[in-house]
Design a protein around this ligand. Sequence first.
Ligand SMILES: [Fe+2]
Length: 160
Amino acid sequence: MFKTKNDLPEDTRAMVIELLNARLADAIDLQSQTKQAHWNVKGPNFIALHELFDKINKNAADNVDDLAERIVQLGGVAEGTVRTAAKRTSLAEYPSYTVDGRSHVEALSSVLAAFGKSVRRAVAETSDLGDADTADLLTEISCSIDKWLWFVEAHQQAQR
Ligand SMILES: [Fe+2]
């Protein structure tokens, strides 16, 4: 931990940093999985899904940056290499057989939902730790994930 004049107690910062590094690994995994979907989707809805998946990727990249920079603001070290992310991620691997739009919609909605769940849990955890600012940042991320989950899942919701 680095010295900082930030007034959050050191033990709070240490716990929040550890928690944020875990979510950073997930966010980096999500970022690469959205590109995987963007590159490989095929079928009748190709262009709509190709462009949607890239928008989600850009949001995922912003989330990575925000999480990493919050870690550093708290006096920590952002552990954000792809090797570290691959070791630590809690998300399942993107299915390699995914080709058609429907399969990508199913795969990406599953990973978005899993990431959203872990971020929402982190909102409650950081709030309990007394770091309202990190909880707010995580709330913003979980709101955006809920929006993208809707965008993706709406493709399968024409029938209830
Ligand atoms: Fe592209």
